[in-house]
Ligand binder design. Structure first.
Ligand SMILES: Nc1ncnc2c1ncn2[C@@H]1O[C@H](COP(=O)(O)OP(=O)(O)O)[C@@H](O)[C@H]1O
Ligand SMILES: O=C(O)C1=C[C@@H](OP(=O)(O)O)[C@@H](O)[C@H](O)C1
Ligand SMILES: [Mg+2]
Length: 175
């Protein structure tokens, strides 16, 4: 039975790599944010606005427990999921956890063009965004580093790099 959780900061490539990895492993892919959006018929941004971050985190925890029931699955969490409640401990208990480790400069490059759909980053100018990413990584590191595996995901810029990353991830997990 394969139940793998991909974690890491926003822009680390959890969704991109998770999707490609699940396809290669021939198992279903679940992106926790997409699952939440489908279940509630609302975007993550709308849920943040309506319920505040506290409300979103509660819902995220409940949905994490729901998707963790699936067997043979690759699950990409949202970047904050491992850092609230006992979510990280829970994932370590029920599956294999991978921290997608990405250099802050790379995260900044990816997120400055992909921040609109991420409520926490909205309205941040470049300087502020960079400082925010660095600070958030420091705060979240104690959670992310509880993952059983650490995977460098600095290179996910094209199909070839993604394919290479999928192979490396398979080797890391011994699959
Ligand atoms: N080749 C690329 N060049 C620049 N940005 C990219 C490229 N590929 C992906 N991104 C952006 O980087 C982000 C990382 O991908 P994603 O899988 O969504 O990360 P996560 O799910 O960890 O937040 C995405 O928002 C995407 O828009
Ligand atoms: O890091 C975070 O706190 C968040 C990350 C997002 O997921 P991605 O990491 O897939 O962008 C999403 O769950 C929400 O916007 C909050
Ligand atoms: Mg994602």
């Amino acid at each position: 039975m394969v139940r793998i959780f991909l974690t890491g900061y926003m822009g680390a490539g959890k969704t991109t790599l998770g999707k490609a990895f699940a396809r290669k492993m021939n198992v279903p892919f679940v992106d926790l944010d997409w699952y939440i959006e489908e279940r509630f018929h609302k975007t993550v941004g709308e849920l943040f606005t309506e319920r505040g971050e506290t409300g979103f985190r509660e819902l995220e925890r409940n949905m994490l427990h729901e998707v963790a029931e699936f067997e043979n699955v690759v699950i990409s969490t949202g970047g904050g999921a491992p850092c609230f409640f006992d979510n990280m401990e829970f994932m370590n208990r029920v599956g294999k956890t991978v921290f997608l480790d990405v250099h802050p400069d790379v995260l900044f490059r990816r997120l400055r063009i992909a921040k609109q759909q991420r409520p926490i980053l909205q309205g941040k100018e470049d300087d502020e965004l960079k400082a925010f990413i660095i600070r958030a990584l420091e705060q979240r590191a104690p959670f992310y580093t509880q993952a059983q595996y650490i995977f460098n995901a600095d290179e996910l810029e094209d199909r070839w790099q993604i394919e290479t990353a999928v192979q490396r991830l398979q080797e890391l997990l011994g699959l």
